[in-house]
Design a protein around this ligand. Structure first.
Ligand SMILES: *Cc1c(COP(=O)(O)O)cnc(C)c1O
Length: 344
């Protein structure tokens, strides 16, 4: 498939929020343009799009709940975990997506942050020891944001077994890039295991707000009681339908992202910067004390990057989105320029 990505000339190249740098599939835009007057006037019906999403994930009817972005899903799972308890605790494995702490706080959960092991080793033993009878929510990200690293095989099910009173939320926002998922028989074996997905990243629908929770229907029933009846607007519904129908576009974008990861690794190797092999659409690179200055200087030159220095274990690290290869090349030209001018 041939596809021409939009030119970012004259605008900021946004590589700081792991967005799709090419934008959505052209088929999504056509679907949005075809929305008519009555479509906008009627409350949306989710039966068709929910069934299409269940087929996409290969799960039976009743196993998917669409949400207004995965962020809404994270909020509602935290609320379900806190419901009716004053002492409910959440465990958050660091470095973590910032929304987990915000959602725990909003729901009134007491959050305990689990530090990563050396070199971001998954802290399975620390996490197991932190589980108490009051643990109601454990949030895990696979592959992790901001490291791009996977959770070791078997760890998620072990945690679910040892914390039977907790929702174990596995955030798979980047699963299209990793090619791995917990969606499958494990969700039947562990009824409180919930997989979170988003169509913001690989499918390029961040501005439309569309995510999904995938879990056993018994668990989703608890979640549904807390959701408003019309979380998704009609644009999100139509966009998702079109995006799911255009697998070629997704495949093209994932291939671009993999090419971009290799370009970012090569850049880091050239400069002797520590980096981690990423299964997602971004790469974490340790540029050292100059991280903030590098991000600022790149910003002035029109490339937005993310300084992750303040996150646990991430001192001196920047996170760079790996999107369309051509965009990554443009970013690297700017970074080389920034590093060269700082060396003088
Ligand atoms: C981007 C991101 C999300 C948010 O997804 P939305 O659908 O845009 O709300 C959730 N989790 C992680 C780990 C993310 O990086």
């Amino acid at each position: 498939m041939t596809y021409t990505p939009p030119s970012h000339f004259g605008a900021t190249l946004r590589l700081h929020l792991n967005e799709n740098t090419a934008g959505c599939s052209p088929a999504v835009l056509a679907a949005l343009r075809s929305i008519d007057r009555l479509d906008t006037a009627f409350y949306p019906d989710y039966a068709g799009i929910t069934a299409a999403t269940e087929r996409w994930f290969g799960v039976p009817t009743g196993w998917v709940q669409l949400t207004n972005g995965l962020d809404e899903g994270l909020h509602v799972v935290a609320q379900a975990a806190a419901r009716g308890r004053l002492d409910a605790e959440a465990l958050i494995v660091e470095p973590a997506f910032e929304m987990y702490a915000a959602c725990a706080d909003a729901a009134g959960l007491i959050a305990t942050h689990i530090a990563p092991g050396p070199d971001f080793a998954f802290p399975l033993e620390t996490l197991r020891r932190a589980i108490t009878p009051a643990t109601r929510l454990i949030t895990l990200t696979d592959p992790n944001n901001p490291t791009g690293l996977p959770i070791p095989a078997g760890a998620i099910e072990q945690i679910a077994l040892e914390a039977p009173g907790a929702f174990v939320l596995v955030d798979e926002a980047y699963a299209e890039f990793s090619g791995r998922t917990m969606i499958g028989p494990a969700l039947d074996r562990h009824r409180r295991l919930i997989v979170g997905r988003t169509f913001a990243k690989a499918h390029g629908l961040a501005a439309l707000r569309v995510g999904a929770l995938v879990a056993h229907p018994e668990t989703l029933a608890l979640i549904r009681r807390l959701l408003p009846p019309f979380s998704l607007n009609i644009c999100a519904v139509r966009a998702l339908a079109a995006a799911l129908d255009d697998r070629a576009y997704l495949d093209w974008y994932v291939a671009q992202s993999i090419e971009s990861r290799a370009l970012l690794y090569a850049f880091a190797d050239r400069h002797g910067f520590r980096h981690w092999p990423s299964e997602a659409n971004f790469v974490l690179i340790r540029v050292g004390d100059r991280a903030a200055a590098v991000v600022d200087a790149a910003g002035v030159r029109g490339v937005a990057l993310r300084d992750k220095s303040a996150a646990p274990g991430c001192a001196g690290c920047i996170r760079v989105t790996a999107g369309v290869a051509e965009h990554t090349r443009a970013c690297l030209a700017v970074l080389e320029d920034v590093l060269a001018s700082r060396a003088n």
